[in-house]
Design a protein around this ligand. Structure first.
Ligand code: Z2T
Length: 822
């Protein structure tokens, strides 16, 4: 087996050679960025052999494949994790040491490919990694955005968005594959023409088109030679001579097509759990979906004569409704290109496509105005109309004369195309991402569809990959775990259970907490360097990192900090265990209250961090530019994990699992996957508070909650709220935080005051925080509690999640890859 990584000498030679050919430099002259590139190309060399071998295995064994279609893949840096999965991390570290470079510093040179917003995109990345590690054939399909998630700067306490030009130095782990390009057509009109077989042919005329060119990124499985592919599509202008003959020499159109190609993949929409309904976004969706479905069908046809059995070799998972045009695109290909009848095409499509729902937040449900949809995708719109027409006949049959049902369930209604309805009707599986979330889908949001198609609904509780979030992110703890229980946990996280025997062992407890302390030092240094704030590593690190959204209640967290500060000021003698409240969050650029919450956190930090009178009992830190790479350090250093969404609103959460894996205790509501975490580790080993989802839903339905009652009765809450509008944290500017105050209390300004029940849950939250403090003071008790959390984290590996998708939805077979010299 040729594998330079296992030969230190060869590897060093290869890196030197790369520096020479890429930059005409010696190692001594090369910059860290250049060394990063040289090392990455050396690593890619090894990956390529495994990648080739994997593709050859696919060609030979002809396995079924999943095409995981997602607008977002939040991959994070590749170098470190590729080395880990090649089991070459240690060797390469030593080789670089010999060359006088530190691997961590070299890893730091890699841009953080941030082609996603938050949970949904990071889940897709964890899934790709688990699929490769478990040996399942998979393609990820997405968009190669020129600019990913914006970089966040904090200026004067405000978020400033800076473009993320992640490709500027060239990205070593991608491969352009122009030979797999496809044309994607937009606009124009559809002409019906009689076909030879007596049927009608539908031809799109006077359209504009772009060329979709895939870039492949390798997805390296752990220690198994498997390398799957993430194909992300770039848009290039079609060559002029390929214009419709009618349009030849049409200069204006040629320029338009160039612009279309340039704009299409320019930037990721930076909204998490919210849609803007922009035409360009629909273009992006159809662009990557059409190219991916064309590629899937082409690959199938290369080996299989009978298109009717497509579903035996191809399954398409739609990551939320964003890629739902896939069902209509597949219908179009089967009808128009393959010449099948409607019934034949429908039979295939409904056995091929499956849908995952990630939210019940109303503002995230995709509904496209038919004006935009039909103008941009005229043929696709025709097909959706026909799907809708036939579906409504089915509803009529099931519920004769029930117009109300039809209006509620229609795919096209009220001038809009409802993508979730399309996905459910055309898909063979509908899944939620945590048990509670799936139950809410079945019993509330999608009740009508559940009653019509109960067999389609299933739950797949999310998971995370321990290779990134423990092995790579927390090497000290990873090594400790391996010393205690061996290294089976790397590919089977349920082995963590074996740590349970150590939870009462004083030596093990001490080792565990010492590692936590080291990780806190590492983060404290990062904070010192990036924020200029000195934090005490012995204080409780209480962390909320996630996208900024009102339902996630960062506002409740900071209001509680303000409340604590008031208490400490009023009762300086009071016992109080020093705490560092750490936040990290990006707000969508147009989300006013979210951005104002960031400003509030920074303003509170300014006041509290500079008040010498409180004796460093409280510190508040806002970490700039929260992203996958610094997340790994943050999880490793956390004592307390804030998972405090209004119950029913967080579909699952995945940060919660990453904290648990790294030995933090959760303070949280009974929401999303927190419910299942409590089931695994026991409620007594978490700090649960707040209303249940049933209580929240009841208040929403009865509209019987008035936050003014709390404001009037609770003096301490009232004091905190007044501090939002009396200039206490805003240099006497009483208006700066007025909108936040209004969002909590004023029904004139928002439809419902305190939509997310921050004040309603406040007391229960504060009380849970007191329990946290009390528990933390008991050193042994705390060590035991967090060790129990780690011991019971097994369920939350994305390996388990993927195995469930495979067993219940995809039905894939594992392949084994052996590498021979090429
Ligand atoms: C997103 O990150 C999530 C849901 C969305 O619904 C959109 C985005 Cl960009 C359309 C998150 C959920 O909020 C979170 O609870 C969940 O853990 C994550 O998806 C992965 O399922």
């Amino acid at each position: 087996m040729k594998n330079i990584l296992f030969d230190k000498k060869e590897f060093i030679k290869c890196v030197k050679e790369n520096v020479k050919t890429l930059y005409r430099k010696t190692m001594a002259e090369a910059s860290e960025q250049e060394v990063f590139q040289a090392v990455s190309y050396a690593v890619k060399d090894v990956i390529i052999d495994n990648w080739l071998a994997t593709q050859q295995t696919f060609d030979k064994e002809d396995p079924k494949m999943v095409y995981y279609m997602s607008m977002e893949f939040l991959m994070g840096r590749a170098l470190g994790n590729n080395l880990i999965n090649l089991t070459a991390y240690q060797e390469v570290k030593e080789a670089l040491d010999e060359l006088g470079f530190d691997l961590n510093t070299i890893e730091d040179q890699e841009p953080d490919p941030a082609l996603g917003n938050g949970g949904l995109g990071r889940l897709a990345a964890c899934f790709m990694e688990s699929l490769a590690t478990l040996g399942y054939p998979a393609y990820g399909c997405g968009i190669r955005y020129r600019y990913g998630m914006f970089k966040q700067k904090i200026k004067d306490g405000y978020q400033v968005e800076v473009p993320d030009n992640w490709l500027k130095n060239g990205y070593p782990f991608e491969l352009r594959r122009p030979e797999h390009s496809f044309e994607v057509k937009f606009g124009g009109y559809v002409q019906a023409e009689p076909a030879e077989n007596g049927r009608t042919k539908f031809i799109q005329k006077n359209y504009q088109s772009v060329l979709a060119v895939p870039y492949d990124m390798p997805i390296v499985g752990y220690n198994n030679n498997m390398v799957n592919t993430l194909m992300i599509w770039d848009a290039e202008p079609m060559e002029c001579f390929e214009l419709d003959s009618f349009d030849k020499g049409d200069y204006r159109k040629a320029v338009e097509q160039e612009n279309l190609a340039r704009n299409l993949v320019e930037v990721l929409y930076p909204n998490d759990n919210h849609i803007q309904g922009k035409e360009l976004r629909l273009k992006q969706q159809y662009f990557f979906v059409s190219a991916s479905v064309q590629r899937a069908v082409a690959r199938y046809k290369k080996y299989h004569p009978d298109i009717h059995k497509l579903y035996e070799k191809v399954t398409i998972q739609m990551n939320d409704t964003h890629p739902t045009v896939a069902v209509a695109e597949l219908m179009r290909i089967l009808l128009d290109d393959e010449g099948l009848t409607w019934d034949e095409a429908w039979a295939i499509t409904t056995k091929t496509c499956a849908y995952t729902n990630h939210t019940i937040m109303a503002e995230a449900l995709e509904k496209w105005p038919i004006e935009i949809f039909s103008r941009l995708l005229p043929r696709i719109y025709q097909i959706v109309e026909e799907i809708n027409r036939r579906f409504l006949l089915e509803v009529e049959e099931e519920y004769p004369g029930n117009q109300y049902k039809k209006d509620k369930m229609a795919i096209i209604h009220d001038g809009q195309v409802k993508m979730a309805h399309l996905a459910i009707v055309a898909g063979y599986s509908v899944n939620g991402v945590a048990r509670l979330h799936t139950e809410i889908l079945k019993n509330q949001e999608l009740k009508d569809f559940y009653e019509l198609y109960p067999e389609k609904f299933n739950n797949k509780t999310n998971g995370i990959t321990q290779r990134r979030f423990l092995y790579h992110g927390n090497p000290l703890l990873a090594e400790w775990v391996t010393n205690k229980i061996g290294n089976d946990w790397i590919t089977n996280l349920s082995h963590m259970e074996k740590l349970a025997v150590y939870v009462d062992d004083p030596k093990a407890q001490q080792e565990f907490m010492q590692i936590k302390y080291q990780n806190k030092l590492r983060l404290a240094k990062y904070i010192q360097e990036h924020n200029g704030i000195e934090v005490d590593p012995r204080s409780i690190f209480d962390v909320q990192v996630k996208r900024l959204h009102e339902y996630k209640r960062q506002l409740m967290n900071i209001l509680h900090v303000m409340y604590l500060y008031n208490k400490i000021k009023e009762h300086p003698e009071m016992e109080f265990y020093p705490r560092t409240f750490i936040f990290g969050a990006k707000a969508a650029a147009g989300y006013k209250n979210a951005k104002l919450t960031i400003k509030l956190i920074n303003s509170v930090a300014d006041v509290i961090n500079n008040d010498a009178s409180i004796d460093n009992k409280l510190k508040v830190v806002f970490i700039e530019d929260y992203k996958v790479s610094n997340a790994e350090w943050i999880f490793a250093a956390a004592d307390v994990s804030e998972q405090i969404s209004t119950a029913s609103k967080e579909a699952s959460g995945t940060g919660n699992m990453k904290f648990m894996l790294n030995g933090a205790a959760t303070i949280g509501t009974m929401d999303g996957a927190n419910v299942e975490m409590a089931e695994e580790v026991g409620k007594e080993n978490m700090f649960i508070f707040g209303m249940s989802s049933d209580e929240v839903i009841a208040h929403e339905q009865n509209r019987d909650y008035n936050p003014m009652d709390i404001f009037n009765q609770d003096q301490e809450i009232r004091q905190v709220l007044m501090q939002l509008i009396n200039g206490f944290y805003s240099g006497n500017d009483t208006e700066l935080f007025r909108d936040l105050y209004n969002s909590l209390l004023n029904t004139q300004c928002t439809q419902y005051a305190d939509t997310y029940f921050c004040l309603k849950d406040f007391r229960s939250y504060a009380e849970a925080q007191e329990r946290v403090e009390k528990a933390y003071r008991d050193e042994k008790g705390w060590a035991k509690l967090v060790m129990l959390n780690v011991a019971h984290v097994g369920k939350f590996s994305s390996d388990r999640t993927i195995q469930e998708y495979v067993d219940d939805i995809w039905h894939l077979d594992k392949v084994k890859v052996t590498v021979t010299e090429q």
